[in-house]
Structure formats: C-alpha cells, structure tokens
Design a protein around this ligand. Sequence first.
Ligand code: SAH
Length: 215
Amino acid sequence: MTDSYRHKGLRKKLAEEIAGKGITDTRVIEAIGKIPRHFFLDTAFIEHAYENKAFPIGSGQTISHPYTVAFQSELLEIKKGHKVLEIGTGSGYQTTVLVELGAKVYSVERQKELFDKTKRILTKMSYTSAKLYYGDGYKGIPQYAPYDSIIVTCGAPFIPEDLLGQLKVGGRLVIPVGDETQIMTLIIRVSEKDFTKKTFGDFKFVPMLEKKARD
Ligand code: SAH
C-alpha cells in the first residue's frame, strides 16, 4: 500500500474539516493530518478513507468517524508518556492517534479475527509501541493499571466498575454510554472514592459486548 501526494492532500483537508467542526487541540488535528487512514480500510473503501465517515472493517465492526476519534482524543487530555487503556481496538486507527499524542497504549479487542488483522497492520506501519490484547474489555487490563486515561470506543450499556477501578486519581475515562445511541461521557476520578461526570451529546457506536468472540 502506498501513501501518495493525493492521499496526503485529502488527509490535510480532513484535518481542516475536523478543526472546522470545533476540535481545538492542535496535536489531535496534526495526528489526523499525519496518519494514513486508508491503510486501515479494506480496498473497497480506500477511495473514501478521507471522508468524515465510519466504514466497515470486518467482523461486523466499523472504524469510527474521524471527528469522533478526534473528539474522544481531545477529551482524554493526553500528555506525553501517559499510560492509556483503549477498549475496542477495532481497525487500530484510534490506537495510532493515541500513540501520536505520546501515549503508551494498551488496547483490548474481543473479536479474534479483527485482533489478528489489526496486529498485522500496526506492525507493518511500525506502530509497535502499542500493546494489543485479545480479551474482554469489561475487565480492562488490571496488570498495567492504574491508567492516566481510559477510552472506550464501543457503546457501553453501563459504566464498567473494573474500568473505574483502573483509573489513577486525576485520571479520565471517556466512554459512550447507552443502547441505541450513546451519550459521550467523561468521568474524572477526583479521589480514591470520588468521581465526577460530564456529558457531551449523542454519538452512535457499535455495541460493547461481553466476553471474547472468535467469529
Ligand atoms: N477504535 C476503533 C473503533 C472500532 S469499533 C477504530 O478506530 O477503528 C469498536 C470495537 O469494539 C469493535 O472492534 C468491537 O469488536 C470492539 N468491542 C466490542 N465490545 C468489546 C469488549 N467487551 N471488549 C473489547 N472490545 C470490544
């Protein structure tokens, strides 16, 4: 797969479009402008890689809208060296945005086929610092906790207790909560026992499902 001047041009436009929609964190805009999103899509969709749309990535899943990726990334307020847990690796696109923001990323995916495919793609693209895991995101990854932030990229029916427990004090959890549509929710752990909550409007994600799957 090549990254042509045309791709770079389309990407620059996409980054500008996202800035125009209200994303102000320039590091996030730069990451969107830098990462070749067409590498994450099946050949049938490559032509559309730089439209602000979600696309199928196999196993019934989708790569999130670039605007949604940017929106969630901004809410995380990542600083260089932050430990970040991602639930729902999917295509790996969001994972690479987190890496570009300087995060040390741990990412979990429950679909085995997707997990294998994305691992190959990220290795090929040399994003090897991100640690990918096949497992159930409801449980998080306790062995590397606590995290500076946690991002969930599938629609959660409720906020999983385990994820709250794996946040650092001062840490941020960005999670879309709901069934049909989801409300983007930011939880901040303000002390060992206390959490604050803010909401940011409606989004649409594929559902967060329980347990690992092989299909
Ligand atoms: N961040 C991804 C978004 C993919 S869609 C991207 O940029 O492409 C959400 C992903 O969450 C899907 O791949 C789905 O299989 C996965 N998922 C759903 N429930 C999960 C769970 N309990 N644990 C881990 N991953 C889950």
